[in-house]
Design a protein around this ligand. Structure first.
Ligand code: RB5
Length: 144
């Protein structure tokens, strides 16, 4: 499985921990490459372009809180970026929302918890049915 991952300086350290932990995943690292200050929208936009080009099937984005980078990512058509803050949210983000980008806060979350959330998300399936109808309604709005 190929997963794209990107972070600003607030998420850089967590990005490196995640990559090191999941050795069975093929990572497409979109940066940033140090703790030097950068702008999180640049990485959200890079992620959207990568997923639109089918260069990866899932994305992980990290900034300090996860909020700014979620806002930026969700401006893009077809991007369903979910800020994951509990095991329950990790499960439902797949089952109900079929999220294609997982978002974490490098300054607000514990690396061990985040690794657990990623494992949960990856083991769940989208439930379809009424949930697909709701996703369709999000997509219809994108055309307005
Ligand atoms: C950067 O200082 C910080 O604002 C950013 O990482 C993020 O938390 C924004 O939402």
């Amino acid at each position: 499985m190929k997963i794209a991952i990107a972070a600003d300086h607030g998420g850089y350290e967590l990005k490196e921990v995640i990559k090191k932990y999941f050795t069975d995943i093929e990572w497409l690292d979109l940066g940033t490459d140090s703790s030097d200050s950068v702008d999180y929208p640049d990485f959200a936009h890079k992620m959207a372009k990568t997923l639109h080009n089918n260069e990866a099937s899932l994305g992980i984005l990290i900034c300090g809180t996860g909020v700014g980078i979620s806002i930026a990512a969700n401006r893009h058509k077809g991007i369903r970026a979910a800020l994951i803050y509990s095991s329950e949210v990790a499960r439902l983000a797949k089952q109900h929302n079929n999220a294609n980008v997982l978002v974490f806060g490098g300054r607000t979350m514990n690396a061990g918890d985040v690794i657990g959330y990623i494992k949960i998300f990856l083991h769940e399936d989208f439930e379809d049915g009424r949930h697909q109808r709701r996703l369709d309604k999000i997509e219809q709005w994108e055309e307005c």
